[in-house]
Design a protein around this ligand. Structure first.
Ligand code: SAH
Length: 215
């Protein structure tokens, strides 16, 4: 699959833009300099792929803004070989970034059309996360526990199953709040009964919805 020099140049500019906006984790920046975001976009929007903006994808969902992807990935503190669970595969772009950072990734999506599209593009690009069509509220008990959990949709409340599936010492990043705005929330599991919680600014995500979509 072709990844022209032009796109590489645009990606470098995007990375510089992310640095200016305060992203400092070199491993995040390097992964985002590598993953061809334009191949995760709807065909009519490819020319905008390296703008720091969210765009519509199928099933009324969105591909997250690059700054948001970078911010969440940085807050997660992913190390190579970490077992990471992502809720909301969507376009597959964030998944590719986590795999490029060396994560052993598992990702769940409730919209079948997005699950299938993401599977196809990630395979073509040689990224190989475990992809699942299901309900992220339940997490993935058979593959738990995870070093890191990243939720990429806005949750009204924090799914208990996800906190249970986090290792001791593990980190979970989840946008929490109603439809108009969510607080980026970090949970650090200190011990089985002690979980530290901190907030890291306001963002807007599509909502986390319970259950698999019907069609
Ligand atoms: N990480 C994605 C962001 C996609 S938007 C990307 O990089 O493109 C968030 C996604 O979360 C949507 O595709 C939506 O369908 C999905 N989602 C919402 N509720 C969910 C749930 N309960 N389980 C799994 N996925 C969910």
């Amino acid at each position: 699959m072709s990844d022209q020099l032009r796109y590489k140049g645009l990606r470098e500019k995007l990375v510089e833009d992310l640095r200016k906006k305060g992203i400092t984790d070199e491993r995040v920046l390097s992964a985002m300099g590598e993953v061809p975001r334009h191949l995760f976009m709807e065909s009519g929007l490819i020319q905008f792929a390296y703008k720091d903006q969210a765009f519509p994808i199928a099933a009324g969902q969105t591909i997250s803004q690059p700054y948001t992807v970078a911010f969440q990935s940085q807050l997660l503190e992913v190390q190579p070989r970490h077992r990471v669970l992502e809720i909301g595969t969507g376009s597959g772009y964030q998944a590719a970034v986590l795999v490029a950072m060396g994560a052993s990734l598992f990702s769940v999506e409730r919209q079948r059309v997005l699950f299938l599209k993401a599977k196809s593009i990630l395979e073509k690009l040689n990224y190989h996360p475990g992809l699942f069509f299901g309900d992220g509220y339940a997490g993935l008990p058979t593959y738990a526990p995870f070093d890191r959990i990243l939720v990429t949709c806005g949750a009204e409340s924090v799914p208990e199953a996800l906190l249970r599936q986090l290792k001791i010492g593990g980190r979970m990043v989840i946008p929490v709040g109603g439809p108009s705005e969510q607080k980026m929330t970090l949970y650090v599991k200190i011990s089985e009964n002690v979980i530290e919680r901190s907030e890291h600014g306001a963002f807007i995500f599509v909502p986390m919805v319970e259950g698999k979509a019907k069609k």
